[in-house]
Design a protein around this ligand. Sequence first.
Ligand code: AMP
Ligand code: GLY
Length: 426
Amino acid sequence: MNIMVVGGGGREHTIIKKLKKSKDAGKIYALPGNGGIAADAESVNIAATDIAGIVDFAKNNAIDFAVVAPDDPLVLGAVDALEEVGIPAFGPKKNAAIIEGSKIFSKNLMKKYGIPTAAYEVFEDMEKALAYLETAPIPTVIKADGLALGKGVVIAMTREEAVDAVHSMMEDKMFGESGSRIVIEEFLEGPEVSVLSFTDGKIVVPMVSSMDHKRALDGDKGLNTGGMGTIAPNPVYTADIAERCMKEIFLPTINAMNAEGRTFRGCLYFGLMVTKDGPKVIEYNCRFGDPETQVVLPLLESDLLDIMIKTSKGELSADDVKFSSGAAACVVVASAGYPQHYEKGYEITLPEDLPDTEIYVAGAKLEGGKLVNSGGRVLGVSSTAATLEEALKKAYAGAEKVKFENAFYRRDIGAKAMKILMEGKN
Ligand code: AMP
Ligand code: GLY
């Protein structure tokens, strides 16, 4: 089968490397791909948001199956557009991708169907939002309604910070039109868990759980980023919590989407917080997480293409999805200064033949045959092993061997998880 993967980051590189192992996989294209992905798939210079370009490419290149990985083309309706011309695709349609595309939609869905989440208020009028903040409990959380490249969330520790956030979203339009409507919500406390799942609209099959490390610097200091590293499985996600999540969150969510006439087929990502009152939804994503995918898919033992095809047809069975009982760790190597100003164009040297380790390239391009960095998060070094401790050792050994000027990575990926595992043993 000829396959097209829309997107061009570390997540897409991971998906492509896994698809290559699928028994029915033929030629694989990446739109737009990147300099590292080019070693595993033919990179085609069409932007992930160019829906018409994507559809034309698929028609002209005998594509049998498409995988739409990033949020923006999903929210723009890429899957609908492909299916209209008869090309089956993995990913939710536009009317279901709204579960990530609008925070107000997802909060209202949870309220209507009794799915546990932080209490919240919606505001379209800045004066009303400011008046509400005068007596709101602090800390509080302010979120822009629409997609804001993962940056539209402010955790305000003081009333002043909350007021500033409302001004910058609603008045200064820091996140563009995304911020013309906002959600102000209750501040929740507890460890976070990411659970990606395959759902065909009938059943939901959770993948192995994971933990992201969002801040730029060690000890969860520094600015929020797209993610500086991940581990799987997440030790917070015990069998008991998993059972509650299935009953209280996962099934109610797909049933709610069906009841709204917005059947979700694809990868539904549950961003959860395990509070003292039980697991609650922090956010939904309508797609694989990045860099969660870099630790989840390496542990998948089943055929990814087969799962994706069955998911898109509404024919998924829990038996189709098997994960190994081992662990995985991914260390993101970034260009110093990320997520703010960082330099581009440094030549990258990659180590070869690292045991049980893959390098998933995110922000790099080929220039005269050389790989140079073109983004802040340059690549992820991802290792698997029987235990998390071993996986972390291998991933760090690999990260140390990646060379480019100004390279930096967090030294404490997995440290929190190791601590929980150690405490559990005592
Ligand atoms: P989001 O983009 O919705 O995932 O939010 C980014 C990060 O902000 C999450 O991973 C949480 O760490 C934090 N966060 C979001 N909502 C809340 C909340 N209601 N209470 C506490 N932390 C939150
Ligand atoms: N790593 C968080 C996300 O993909 O949204």
